[in-house]
Ligand binder design. Structure first.
Ligand code: HEC
Length: 319
């Protein structure tokens, strides 16, 4: 049957368009969608079967129609021409325009009069696609020359510098907001004055009814001694403050009562800064003596060193 494309081209083309669309719209991470979700493979197989089925039905219907025609109609059908689609005609016209070459029948008009052993030369016009491309490069070169050599536009080093500065800004911005991403694994005991001052403010607002302003303890335990019911050290203290104490004791989970992780990190650091101070009316020690594990264990040291080199390696030397 005479359609523009044979079915062995049409079916795969439509099929792969559908595969592409599925891949585009289904979020399947870095795996192809039909591997990540086998149901999609089933869907695609069904689509393929349906496409082939449709082709088969159309072909057999055409065949039936053809067979039911009388001889004269068959001949007319066989000799009728497939109409070239408008788009193809248009593309061909544009192509010929871009070449601007003489058709072979008119070449006699442009033949040059020299002749070397039968080799002759045509004086064709320059193809417009080439000519205008050439003009474009001239304009580009002029603009380029003015911009970068006369007016000293920013070169690659400058661009690197700007991008670097932007990236540093973005990192600073990220760190500001990422503060609240601290959790039990990343929490650190802060020692800078601002953090401790913030921690103190939070402590004074929320904690003194039970722990007293100097941490000496009341309803809650003494926070200045080395004895901890729920464990000392920044991680345990952070955990206690965010998740609360034992049920019914009165120490609530402050992460659920409006303190952000960064607040808790600060107030926990403040609480630990009270270690060793002498409150006015200290409550007797409760819990167990907490001995801080030495932070200078070899493994930690190693990772710290690795960290510092990792930081260094991001420092790009700039000229
Ligand atoms: C309603 C009274 C109350 C308030 C308010 C309160 N606490 Fe407590 N806190 C307690 C009690 C009671 C305990 C003991 C919990 C237990 O035994 O499980 C405790 C335990 C603690 C502990 C663990 C002490 C240990 O020995 O393990 C820390 C740290 C702590 N509180 C910090 C705070 C901070 C910081 C605040 C303010 C954000 C605060 N608390 C507010 C009553 C309170």
């Amino acid at each position: 049957m005479r359609r523009l494309t044979p079915s062995w081209i049409r079916v795969p083309v439509i099929f792969f368009i559908i595969v592409g669309l599925v891949e585009y719209f289904v979020d399947s991470g870095d795996q192809p969608a039909f591997i990540a979700q086998p149901i999609i493979l089933l869907f695609l197989v069904l689509v393929l079967i349906i496409l082939i089925g449709v082709e088969a039905i159309i072909a057999s219907m055409e065949n039936i129609l053809y067979q039911s025609m009388d001889e004269e109609a068959k001949v007319r059908y066989d000799t009728s021409k497939v109409k070239t689609p408008k788009l193809f005609i248009w593309i061909r016209k544009i192509y010929l325009k871009l070449l601007d070459s003489k058709p072979i029948e008119q070449e006699g008009e442009i033949i040059l009069d020299h002749d070397y052993d039968g080799i002759q030369e045509l004086d064709n016009n320059l193809p417009p696609w080439w000519l205008y491309g050439f003009y474009a490069t001239i304009i580009f070169a002029a603009v380029y020359l003015l911009r970068f050599h006369v007016f000293n536009g920013s070169n690659q080093y400058d661009e690197l510098k700007t991008e670097y500065a932007n990236a540093e800004k973005a990192i600073a911005e990220y760190k500001k907001t990422a503060k609240d991403l601290v959790d039990i694994n990343t929490v650190e005991q802060l020692t800078d004055a601002t953090s401790l001052a913030n921690g103190k403010k939070i402590f004074m607002t929320n904690c003194i009814p039970c722990h007293k302003a100097d941490g000496g303890g009341g309803i809650g335990p003494n926070l200045t001694d080395k004895y901890w019911i729920l464990g000392g050290g920044i991680k345990n203290v952070f955990h206690t403050i965010s998740e609360g104490g034992r049920d019914g004791k009165g120490m609530i989970a402050w992460s659920k009562s409006g303190l952000k992780p960064s607040d808790i990190e600060q107030v926990a650091s403040y609480v630990l800064s009270l270690q060793g101070t002498t409150p006015a009316e200290p409550k007797e020690p409760q819990g167990e003596l907490w001995v801080e594990e030495s932070p200078e264990t070899p493994t930690e040291n190693a990772t710290q060193e690795m960290d510092s080199t990792a930081v260094d390696s991001t420092a790009v030397e700039m000229k």
